[in-house]
Design a protein around this ligand. Structure first.
Ligand code: FEO
Length: 396
């Protein structure tokens, strides 16, 4: 018999009609998904009108449709975000419910027209703070730009204090849990999500947090991952991640071709550990770049380890450094270690790759061939400098 997915109730009037994507392993052909993901869509039935908040990835349209079996009307189709994992089923929903009006921020309207060819006349724009009535319930639209794209907004079910936050506060998790049950697992997944998607817009995210906190939200229902009955759990986590706080940690992504750079990375790791500095070491030949992104959320310092390939850094280091620059973490210091055969411009090229990092560049340690005892002493001096800087920051 064919499996039929049924809608699940979040509350008396709100049902989740989304879909888990258990086997997806890459998002945007870029972001690793070790635990799959989910696309949550929410049906809100007021006494007079019915609203559908966000849709699902187009690959899961039929699963959403199964859950809408027996639903006669959708009056408002709310597009919090134009990215296709939430908006991709809008055309199918409009076919099924031709009476529905799409509600979106003014920027989102243009994007829905561009990316999905949704007819302009089907879309009504809503301003920040605007409300619509469902009869006995009210939906308020809160513009929250850059929680992932510039057009993003949240929808707030006023009487029930439920925030439909779309990507904001989300986690890439395929799970049968409607609500968070394992806070530690969700914390890790939500931090990964923040690091990869939100971190570049940290200061805007903080302003959006203020808007959310002004509402006394009791339940947060994102469009990825389980919903938070304990809204404070994720609000506190975001408060910490978006703050100016850094930790007594060094992120050390490296790659090694013949062992010299690895020997240096390991020596520096133990020298830092001996000075009470935590090291998060990543071999770029095998690491999950999502874990590197998570480590960048809190660390005070990054040291990049690279061998020299055609005068510059190894291509894997180019990629990871470009990523670190794009994510704009709170890092305060950066440096480079590594080895070369006959000549190197690796330090210069890495420095050029990080214009967005507001860091003090500490003296690098580059070694010709295998590191000598003198080179190891230089790495210990680097560890001294880092520990000293961290003490000055008050985090050691
Ligand atoms: Fe989940 Fe930015 O889309």
């Amino acid at each position: 018999m064919h499996n039929v997915t049924t809608a699940r109730k979040i509350s008396e009037i709100v049902s989740c009609v989304g879909a888990a994507d258990w086997n997806r392993r890459l998002f945007d052909s870029l972001i690793p998904l070790p635990d799959g993901t989910s696309y949550n869509s929410y049906l809100v039935r007021g006494s007079g009108k019915t609203a559908l908040v966000d849709t699902v990835d187009p690959t899961k349209t039929c699963i959403m449709m199964e859950q809408l079996h027996g639903v006669e009307r959708v009056d408002y189709l709310i597009a919090n975000h134009a990215e296709q994992d939430h908006s991709g089923s809008i055309p199918a929903i409009l076919d099924r419910f031709p009476m529905a009006t799409v509600l979106a921020s003014p920027k989102c309207k243009g994007m829905l027209e561009d990316h999905l060819r949704v007819p302009a006349e089907k879309i009504r724009t809503v301003e920040d703070g605007e409300t619509v009535s469902l009869g006995n319930r009210t939906l308020e639209f809160i513009h929250t730009p850059w929680v992932h794209w510039p057009e993003t907004m949240c929808t707030y079910l006023v009487e029930d204090s439920v925030l439909f936050s779309c990507d904001f506060f989300g986690s890439h998790l395929a799970t049968s849990d409607l609500f968070v049950t394992d806070e530690a697992a969700v914390y890790e997944a939500a931090k990964r999500y923040y690091a990869e998607i939100m971190m570049p817009f940290r200061s805007v995210i903080r302003r959006n947090m203020e808007k959310v906190q002004a509402r006394n939200v009791s339940l947060i229902a994102p469009s990825h991952g389980p919903a938070y009955k304990n809204a404070t759990f994720i609000l506190d986590a975001y408060e910490d991640w978006t703050s100016e706080n850094v930790r007594n940690e060094v992120v050390l992504p490296y790659i090694s071709m013949h062992g010299s750079t690895e020997a240096m990375a390991l020596h520096l790791t133990s020298a830092l550990a001996a000075r009470g500095v935590k090291v998060l070491l990543f071999d770029l030949a095998t690491t999950d770049l999502g874990k590197l992104a998570i480590a960048l959320v809190d660390a005070a310092t990054i040291v990049i380890g690279t061998p020299t390939v055609h005068v510059g850094p190894h291509p894997a280091v180019f990629y990871a450094t470009h990523l670190a620059n794009a994510l704009r973490p709170k890092l305060k210091h950066a440096s480079v270690i590594g080895s070369y055969g006959w000549g190197s411009k690796a330090v210069e090229k890495i420095s050029e790759l990080i214009p967005q990092l507001k860091v003090e560049i500490l003296p690098p340690v580059m070694v010709k061939g295998l590191p000598t005892e003198t080179d190891y002493r230089k790495l210990e001096e680097m560890a001294d400098t880092i520990a000293e800087r961290h003490t000055k920051l008050g985090i050691a």
